[in-house]
Design a protein around this ligand. Structure first.
Ligand SMILES: [Zn+2]
Length: 84
């Protein structure tokens, strides 16, 4: 299953420790994207889908922030699901 990273849509309103700096969750491709933090309900957006191996959380975080929200749409290209 791919791991998705979510970051707060409005960092000013994201006050809980879970979503304040972003968080990661495993979801199936078919699952709907989260729109709210499961802990505090603050609006969140999916930041990046990344391979589950050989990645750095801190660099992902930096890249997500640097990329901004306008580039998020193209991040789905690398997504795939293993076929058994
Ligand atoms: Zn939260």
């Amino acid at each position: 299953m791919p791991i998705y990273e979510y970051i707060p849509k409005d960092p000013e309103k994201a006050s809980c420790p879970h979503c304040r700096d972003g968080f990661e969750t495993m979801q199936r491709i078919a699952d709907p994207h989260l729109e709210k933090c499961p802990q505090c309900g603050a609006p969140i957006v999916r930041a990046i889908s990344a391979p589950s191996l050989g990645r750095s959380v801190s660099s992902l975080d930096d890249r997500a922030k640097a990329a901004g929200f306008t580039k998020l749409k193209r991040l789905g290209k690398g997504e795939y699901e293993k076929q058994y």
